[in-house]
Design a protein around this ligand. Structure first.
Ligand SMILES: Cc1cc2nc3c(=O)[nH]c(=O)nc-3n(C[C@H](O)[C@H](O)[C@H](O)COP(=O)(O)OP(=O)(O)OC[C@H]3O[C@@H](n4cnc5c(N)ncnc54)[C@H](O)[C@@H]3O)c2cc1C
Length: 177
């Protein structure tokens, strides 16, 4: 059970202030008003292996969006910063989500009745900042005796991009054969 006192303030946010930011390939650089980390390891008082961390994350991001709205600031999220174009940038608030890299198994109680029983063992809930490489390492190692090794259905040449970055951005070669 999540401690309600924790949810009342932003515990996972770290404000790094104004600075110059460059993407990994240095095709984009710009001054930011604030580079903001949201970091699982800041989540004191929350058990990181429970859904409490997801509640706190949502709450902290929501607070940040409200602040940006009030102050009329743009806010954008980044994953690994691999995109070559300017899709992830803003002069105002850049939210680094790379440190949200937890994964969770899903208990039977959370499945809809129609979700096929034989597919339930494959489902994993992952936070947005987990990289393709990190997630594949987790999936490959069985967690319980009868767990089959799992993997993403496809992967690229590089595995450092985040799951959400890959879904939102300019991936290539991501066909499922
Ligand atoms: C060297 C290199 C090798 C690559 N190799 C491959 C490959 O082998 N296969 C392949 O498919 N692709 C490859 N790519 C492309 C890569 O998958 C994309 O650039 C991908 O978008 C990068 O993910 P990212 O985590 O770095 O996202 P970012 O570049 O940080 O962001 C990309 C987009 O996602 C959005 N975003 C990121 N995180 C969040 C979030 N938490 N919430 C909301 N929006 C978010 C950003 O705002 C932005 O619009 C490669 C790129 C490079 C530079």
């Amino acid at each position: 059970m999540q401690n309600p006192a924790i949810l009342n303030h932003q515990v996972m946010i770290r404000r790094n202030g104004p600075q110059k930011w460059e993407n990994i390939h240095v095709t984009v650089d710009l001054p930011l008003e604030d580079l903001i980390d949201i970091d699982n390891s800041n989540a004191q008082g929350i058990q990181l292996d429970t859904f409490g961390v997801l509640n706190q994350t949502s709450k902290d991001i929501n607070d940040l969006i409200q602040e940006a709205k009030t102050k009329k600031k743009q806010i954008k999220a980044i994953g690994s910063g691999w995109a070559l174009s300017k899709i992830q940038v803003t002069d105002h608030y850049l939210l680094n989500t790379k440190l949200l890299n937890k994964y969770f198994e899903v208990d039977d109680q959370f499945f809809h009745n129609d979700y096929p029983e034989d597919k339930r063992k494959y489902l994993v809930l992952a936070q947005c900042g987990i990289s393709v490489g990190e997630l594949n390492v987790y999936l490959e190692l069985p967690k319980v005796a009868d767990q089959v090794p799992r993997s993403l259905k496809t992967a690229g040449i590089g595995a450092g991009q985040t799951i959400v970055g890959a879904v939102s951005g300019n991936t290539h070669g991501a066909n499922i054969f």
